[in-house]
Design a protein around this ligand. Sequence first.
Ligand SMILES: [Zn+2]
Length: 88
Amino acid sequence: MHFDDGDDGKFVDERGYLRFSDSGKLVHRSVAEKQLGRKLEKDEVVHHNNRKKLDNRPQNLTVFASQDEHQAEHEAAGDFTDENFWRW
Ligand SMILES: [Zn+2]
């Protein structure tokens, strides 16, 4: 897969997340903040409903208050959980 997405102002970081080239901010967190109409708290986790880290459409994102709640969602869904679970 080719991750150089040209001049749309974003790049994929080493963890597989899309970031804005200028600020380095994570795109999915920015999209979630726009949806919420406020900044995310540090402990809040943005979850990708379809497990695709590059799918940052608002309808694919769910905000959890903590990593514990986020993990519970994956466990309830029966996702394989390893050290990478939080990446979704
Ligand atoms: Zn998740």
